[in-house]
Design a protein around this ligand. Structure first.
Ligand SMILES: NC(=O)c1ccc[n+]([C@@H]2O[C@H](COP(=O)([O-])OP(=O)(O)OC[C@H]3O[C@@H](n4cnc5c(N)ncnc54)[C@H](O)[C@@H]3O)[C@@H](O)[C@H]2O)c1
Length: 556
């Protein structure tokens, strides 16, 4: 999609739709500004820096420290985040502790709030459907987590559709219970979905809107009171979304929103003792929090996501498969937790034009439209060093990329690398000394490519068995026996299978999350919400009456 063309189209539609939503009095205002927003995504700059606040106990609040963020595209200081430090966490701790373990609502308490959240979701979905609003969030995402307009818009769109899915009565259906007849008259057991009460949500930088909104709303739907912390680099997006949610009727006491560094948040968690924490981010921090929180946590952590190209190749499909590989590995500059990290090609594919087509597609990515852009958690040097280590493995070679981006002003705290692919022989990957290096997640435009011969599928499966993260995967084949073999011998939580299989794609219509780990969380679907944000409670009704002539039996 051409960014400028699409934005002007969006603007026209925005004017029409906004007129239907806002009162006649506010139409002219809505064309120029949004009723909830406190920033203009286009205007934020060194001379007009934006400010990001915290929200606690029903009020927007500053902090004693302002963390200044630099524009990832030019290094200009452009956003000031009020970051709470360790001695300022008390209001957040108190606010969370006001919520009882049985939550703000449950099937026996304030059930009207299930309907309230259906209404809030419907209104928020409608707001996001207004092109002016979706354009605002897409641009704001681009400012802090540079990705193409279409990728940023995708986040807004998924969020809108998710909110539509949980409009009307759908929130109360999440809390659907079931009953089983008992052993005698008057007895019945009922299973209920119960909230945890005070909970915490911690999310990373790469999806500034989608991940926090989907998890936040899931937590609220089930009756919890969350404190939400988004990576400060991008928390401006969620700060503005909080304002939109308040505008759509979110009760101000239901959610606290905090900006802080990881250490302060860690301390807050230890003091506030939330009954459940949902962590999305690196495995390093995830494992630390599992210990600190004594296991009261669910994880969406690192992904070293794989794709296997099966034996069935038709030349007419090569373009398509190459295009999906390019999108999976390099869209959002490889900064999706579902990004393709390693590609296992059957030898039939290596003899096709796949790699040369993949190289052409990767090379048409450019900084101007952000189809390639800054890497926010790896420097260029760190990625080049990783490349050099890989190239020392016997038989490995650079397929393409492997150089810094040119002609840019991305600050050196961030990375800037051309889309890169490195071939490493399968036998070498499996060697003890190499395996950890090759399967290290590089959160950037970086993938490993390897080849397997027709009798080497067991080696591929061995490589997959040894991985520690099992998030997404793709098995590109329409051969049912091949698919059965690979799916039956692996565990990834979100696995695409078939000729059109991809590793990325976390829409609202299917489960997204790791498998093979009892701590694994999920996002997006009713099953994910129920699993992450509620626990099972069984009420066994036993009303009687007592049998006639009942007598006290002997002790047992
Ligand atoms: N599985 C998923 O759904 C998913 C989605 C997106 C990203 N990720 C993963 O996230 C990683 C990239 O994000 P990142 O590098 O910013 O992750 P990160 O773990 O460094 O940070 C994630 C969040 O945790 C906070 N944090 C850091 N230390 C903390 C501590 N001690 N206590 C509490 N909070 C703390 C950070 O401030 C941030 O908000 C990649 O590994 C990627 O695969 C996973």
């Amino acid at each position: 999609m051409n960014r400028f063309l699409s934005r002007s189209q969006l603007r026209t539609r925005a004017t029409q739709n906004a007129a239907a939503w806002f009162s006649p009095f506010s139409i002219s205002r809505s064309v120029h500004s949004l009723p909830f927003a406190t920033v203009d995504a286009e205007e934020i700059s060194g001379s007009q820096p934006a400010e990001v606040l915290n929200f606690v106990q029903g009020k927007w609040k500053g902090a004693s420290t302002w963390n200044t963020l630099v524009d990832p595209l030019n290094g200009e200081p452009f956003i000031k985040v009020a970051e709470v430090d360790e001695i300022e966490i008390q209001p957040f701790v108190e606010s969370l502790s006001k919520c009882p373990k049985h939550g703000l609502h449950n099937p026996f308490k304030a059930p009207e709030r299930y309907l309230l959240y259906g209404d809030i979701s419907a209104k928020a979905a409608h707001m996001l459907s207004l092109p002016k609003v979706s354009d605002f969030f897409s641009r704001l995402i681009q400012r802090v987590a540079p990705k193409s307009y279409q990728q940023a818009f995708g986040e807004v769109y998924v969020t809108q559709k998710f909110l539509e899915n949980f409009s009307g009565d759908q929130v109360r259906f999440l809390a659907r219970s079931f009953g089983v007849p008992g052993n005698h008259i008057g007895q019945q057991s009922h299973g209920f979905r119960w909230p945890y009460g005070p909970v915490a949500i911690i999310t990373p930088f790469n999806f500034p809107l989608e991940i926090p909104v989907l998890q936040l709303m899931g937590a609220l739907y089930m009756g919890n009171k969350p404190i939400l912390k988004v990576d400060s680099k991008v928390s401006i997006v969620m700060e503005q979304m909080m304002r939109l949610l308040h505008y759509c009727g979110l009760p101000v006491d239901d959610v606290d929103f905090i900006n802080s560094d990881g250490k302060t948040m860690n301390k807050l968690l230890m003091e506030a003792n939330p009954r459940m924490t949902l962590f999305t981010g690196s495995s390093r921090v995830a494992e630390k929090l599992v210990g600190d929180l004594k296991g009261r946590i669910k994880l969406e952590d690192a992904g070293f996501d794989w794709k296997i190209l099966g034996p069935d190749v038709q030349e007419s499909q090569v373009d398509y498969v190459a295009w999906v590989c390019d999108q999976d590995a390099y869209a959002c500059s490889g900064q999706k937790c579902s990004a393709q990290s390693i590609l296992f090609m059957h030898e039939n594919w290596s003899s096709s034009s796949l790699i040369s087509k993949l190289k052409d597609l990767a090379q048409r990515r450019k900084l101007e439209d952000l189809t390639i852009g800054p890497v926010l958690t790896f420097t260029t040097e760190a990625m080049l060093e990783h490349k050099n280590k890989l190239l020392k493995i016997p038989g490995s070679k650079l397929l393409f990329g492997g150089e810094p981006l040119k002609n840019h002003s991305i600050p050196s705290v961030y990375g800037a690398l051309k889309p890169t692919a490195i071939y490493v022989p399968l036998e070498e990957i499996l060697k003890e000394g190499n395996y950890e290096l090759v399967t290290r997640e590089i959160f950037g435009p970086f993938q490993i490519v390897t080849e397997y011969k027709k009798d080497q599928l067991p080696l591929v499966l061995d490589a997959l068995e040894r991985m520690h993260a099992h998030l997404t995967a793709a098995v590109v084949s329409n051969d049912p026996i091949f698919l059965q073999n690979v799916i039956g011998n692996t565990v990834n939580g979100t696995t695409y299978a078939g000729l059109r299989a991809r590793t990325t794609g976390a829409p609202q219509n299917h489960w997204f999350g790791p498998a093979g780990d009892p701590r694994g969380a999920g996002i997006g679907t009713p099953e994910a919400i129920k699993l992450v944000w509620s626990c099972h409670r069984e009420i066994i009704y036993d009303f009687g009456p007592l049998p006639k002539k009942w007598e006290i039996p002997p002790s047992t």
